[in-house]
Design a protein around this ligand. Structure first.
Ligand code: SF4
Length: 337
């Protein structure tokens, strides 16, 4: 089983409550089940009593995890509680025990249109749904030129986090084939989840991309704008917690005169509205609203603070549920050209 690769997390997390305060879902549901310790305890119990592995409450708990990676990042031993959750989901899929609502989301992700390619250049920009909806893609067009755009398809990362690994690989292979066909030397993305797919997930799948991958903040690193002034920056789960504190978002902001003010009560928490879970809004939408309200409640001056994020997903969710002034990195840079 996939969970067998995470015996350390099962063994150690079930006795440890050190990172409970960094569990975004636990912080809005106030339930111990939504922490790495109790998820590990429940899975350990299911290894002792295998009939409980497909217990409906256990499945629901494991599918509402935020997958932020905050607990793993800040754990002294970096035990992979995220990997354990993803492994459990993959086991549930292999056992044919997936709930109907999760099956329906997976079917929706699979029924995607083909990717479309437009433009010309040695660089290709991935204009996914969230980058388009957030305004990040339109802002990127003001900051860069001479690039191709791919849009319209599904990359496979959503299916991967739901545990549909074979199906995810089929979509990822199609996506990477389209990117390779462009002959681009560089692939630029605004969506940190797609960055993580291309940097970490496709090698795990055995798929090769013939290009360097950059988040827009890395690709635009040399851009010069007017001074950005005081901003609050919300970290991306995928860029910070899955990719070794990827430095480019804060680098580009400070290089352009941003004075970054600390947001919230500490710099370890996730304020991304479950970016790591990618499709939590399709699983339990009320949780995403609670996460957004949690962020709103921590703003110093909610009506006037300018909040910047490297995650188009986070901007879309905060715009939907709060009155915060949230902009993507691409937008704040384009406005200051
Ligand atoms: S991830 Fe680390 S800090 Fe969190 S419960 Fe597991 S062992 Fe404890």
């Amino acid at each position: 089983m996939y969970i067998d690769n995470f015996s350390e997390a099962i063994t150690y997390c079930r006795f440890c409550f050190m990172c409970r305060h960094l569990s975004p879902i636990g912080n809005v549901t106030f339930t111990e089940a939504d922490t790495p310790r109790v998820r590990a305890s429940m899975i350990y119990g299911a290894t002792m009593y295998p009939d409980e592995f497909t217990n409906a409450d256990l499945i629901r708990t494991m599918y509402r995890s935020d997958l932020s990676g905050c607990c793993r990042r800040n754990c002294v031993h970096h035990f992979d509680e995220v990997g354990l959750t993803l492994a459990y989901r993959a086991d549930i899929v292999e056992m044919g025990a997936v709930p109907e609502n999760i099956k329906a989301i997976a079917a929706e992700l699979q029924a995607c249109p083909d990717w479309q390619i437009s433009g010309e250049g040695n660089v290709v920009y991935v204009a996914d749904q969230y980058s388009m909806e957030s305004g990040a893609a339109a802002a990127f067009a003001k900051l860069a030129s001479g690039y191709k755009t791919v849009s319209g398809g599904s990359c496979g990362k959503g299916l991967w986090v739901l545990g549909f690994r074979k199906e995810a690989k089929v979509l990822a292979e199609k996506f990477v084939a389209v990117l390779n066909d462009t002959k681009a030397e560089t692939v630029v993305v605004s969506h940190p989840g797609i960055y993580d797919l291309l940097v970490n997930t496709i090698p795990e799948m055995g798929i090769t991309l013939n290009a360097k991958v950059m988040h827009t903040s890395e690709y635009l690193a040399d851009i010069k704008t007017k001074a950005l002034g005081e901003l609050y920056y919300l970290e991306s789960d995928y860029l910070r917690n899955y990719n070794n504190d990827y430095p480019f978002p804060t680098n580009i902001l400070t290089a352009n005169g941003a004075v970054l003010k600390p947001f919230g009560t500490n710099d370890e928490e996730s304020y991304s509205c479950a970016e790591g879970a990618l499709v939590l809004d399709k699983i339990e939408i009320a949780l995403v609203e609670k996460l957004a309200k949690y962020v709103e409640a921590r703003a110093d001056h909610p009506e006037t603070d300018v909040i910047v994020t490297a995650s188009p997903y986070t901007k879309v969710q905060l715009a939907k549920y709060t009155s915060l002034r949230v902009k993507t990195i691409e937008e704040v840079l384009a406005e200051a050209l």
